[in-house]
Design a protein around this ligand. Sequence first.
Ligand SMILES: O=C(CO)[C@@H](O)[C@H](O)COP(=O)(O)O
Length: 230
Amino acid sequence: MSHLHINPSILSADFSRLGDELRAITDADAAHIDVMDNHFVPNLTWGPPVVERLHEISPIPFDVHLMIEDADRWAPRYAEIGCESVTFHAEAAIAPIKLARELRAQGSRAGMALRPATPVEPYLDMLEELDLLLIMTVEPGFGGQKFLDLTLPKLRRAAEAVRGSGASVALQVDGGVSEETIGRAAEAGANVFVAGSSVYGADDPAAAIEGLRSVAERAAENSTRITNMP
Ligand SMILES: O=C(CO)[C@@H](O)[C@H](O)COP(=O)(O)O
C-alpha cells in the first residue's frame, strides 16, 4: 500500500448526488470535506448536520478542512460526529494547542492548516501536537485555482522540520493539485494530496486518483534517490 494519500475534495463534486460522488472515490484514502463560513473565506458550503449525514453513508473516512472563524468552538463538533481527521486554520484558532489536544482526546486526528502567506516557523514547536499539517497551495475559498509554486519553499521547511522532530505528522497540500503539479509537491515533501477538479472533473475519477498517485510516487522516489546520493 502506498504511503502517499490522495484525498478528493467533494467541493468539485455534483452536490445533487453527494452519496454517489462519495461512492465514486472508494479507491481514495479519504474524502476531503471543505467547510466554509463566508467569514474566514468568501464562500459558504455546509455545516455539522450535512457532514454528519454524509459521514454516516460514506464508504471512506472523512478529512474535514474547516475554513471557518471560531474554530475553537466548532472543530470539536466534527470530531464528535466521528470525522476521522479535523483540520482547523492556525489563523482562525485562539488556542491551537488546546484545540488539537481536544480533537485527539475525542478520537480524531488533529490537523492545522496555513494560508499561503502564513509562515510555518511560529508553529514548528507544536508539531508533536499535530497529526497533519496542511500547507495551502492556493488561497482558500474556491476550487479550480492555479497551484502556487511560491508555497513550495515553506513545504520544504515543514518537511525538514517534521523529519528533524521525529514526530509523525502528515504533510498535506491542497489547491491546484493535478498530474502537472503533484510531482513538485511530492518532491518538496508532501505525502497527502487534496485534489478537487482534477478528480471530479475527470471522466473516470478512480483512474484520475490512480494517475495522481503514480505521478506522486515516482516524484517522491526520485527525490529520495537524489537526497541519498553519496
Ligand atoms: O480548500 C480548497 C479550496 O479552498 C480545496 O480543497 C479545493 O476544493 C481544491 O480544489 P482544486 O484546486 O483541486 O480544484
